[in-house]
Design a protein around this ligand. Sequence first.
Ligand code: SAH
Ligand code: SF4
Ligand code: F3S
Length: 460
Amino acid sequence: MSTEQGKTVYIETFGCQMNASDTEVVLARLADDGYSQVDSVDAASLVLYNTCSVRDGAEAKVRGRLDSLKPIKRERKDLRIGVMGCMAQRAKEELIQAHPHVDLVVGTDQFVHMPALLKRLEQEQQVVATDFGFFESENWSARRREGVNAWIPVMRGCNYNCTYCIVPKTRGREKSRDPNLIESEVRDAVANGHVQVTLLGQTVDAYGKTLGDGTSLAKLLYRLNEIDGLERLRFVTSHPKDITDELLIAIRDCDRVAKHLHVPAQCGSSRVLRLMGRRYTREGYLDFVERARRLCPGVEILTDIIVGFPTETDEDFAETMSLMRDVQFDGSYVFMYSPRPGTGAWNLPDDVPEDIKRVRCNEALGLQLSQQEERYGRLHGQVLSVLIEGVSKSNDQRLQGRSQGNLNVVMDRAGHDDCIGRCVPVRINGSTNLTLYGEHADQEPTLVGTGGLDFLRLDI
Ligand code: SAH
Ligand code: SF4
Ligand code: F3S
């Protein structure tokens, strides 16, 4: 796979892990076609933006990047500019109308054909390829980033229709991949030193449904749990409605599977949840939390929260805050509502003023961090299993890693470089609201998952 003179690609990736994974696949395809990767626009013959559309802010960044390429393209007519990912899928030709110096718009199912699309540019002025239609059985070789983790998509698309969300439009209908292919990709990744694998899907817990043969995420976890050398197996993101008892028991029983669930609640008010089209109530979500902690003790539960959805009142927001207190989430990502064209909520008035959205966002984040600080404090003296990822970026006397539940853990480095890429026991002896500090311990971990330590007041 030698690189051809002059074929160089600079790629910038926005958005979620699925996009990070698509970037790795497209880089592999381009490498087969003679491209080498470079780290600046100046050194590139092809510039690609792999874009996100989930909030307007994500699209605004790309618009800014494209504007700044305009004078460069004027100077270098042969520079190829491509936009792929969710914004490309959403905006299609509009992207070229707004930014005529863009050569190529490539949708979320079409990027695997990147070399052929680039070839078309030899005959055509501009190419827009945004059809859905994906070869689930296709093997995607990826050019993975160095490090312990490998992303492996197990499904794509989403069959829900949450009214705020653009993803079903940009990623299409749900489709699961063949478990045999997934297993062989996981084995390859492990053989290449990626001792952690993160399975990806928009609603990853629905994995298997579209295959119609009884395949499920639980069955896939049991199967992958047999792979020697795999230290840790994760999966994101889940929808509360698809978390079965079978799945919770699989997480509990598979020793390589992290005791970790990212299951966005989005909001604590049943009225707003109904407007969001989430298909559960506040009580339904709390039932899920109770079930998860009963069947899989110690499991960590992380959430996403949207503040300022149309019609959200102070009382609705107070319900979100009380849900956060009741559940004691192990992590929360909080977002301000951003109307997206073509979604169910697009026609609702965006009636929560920006400054109120900001206040609510800060309040929710503040609550999460203060809860986290208190929870982390209670972990002092406990021994956790930590997958050491490498030397800490901020202090080379320390190693950095992640607990089962993805908590950020830092430990003293001296004499422990051999721990990199392994799960090791770490005794926690300090913490802030974002990081746990500790030292290497010569004993078995005292906790498997760190979630729900004394938890859950179901006094509703
Ligand atoms: N597939 C995942 C999440 C997709 S988007 C899932 O179903 O859970 C990631 C997060 O962005 C969502 O969980 C939601 O909290 C947030 N989000 C999605 N659309 C948004 C919008 N229009 N405005 C603000 N936040 C949004
Ligand atoms: Fe979006 Fe809802 Fe699908 Fe998640 S489940 S990707 S929030 S539509
Ligand atoms: Fe963004 Fe698309 Fe991911 S909209 S969050 S890049 S699925």
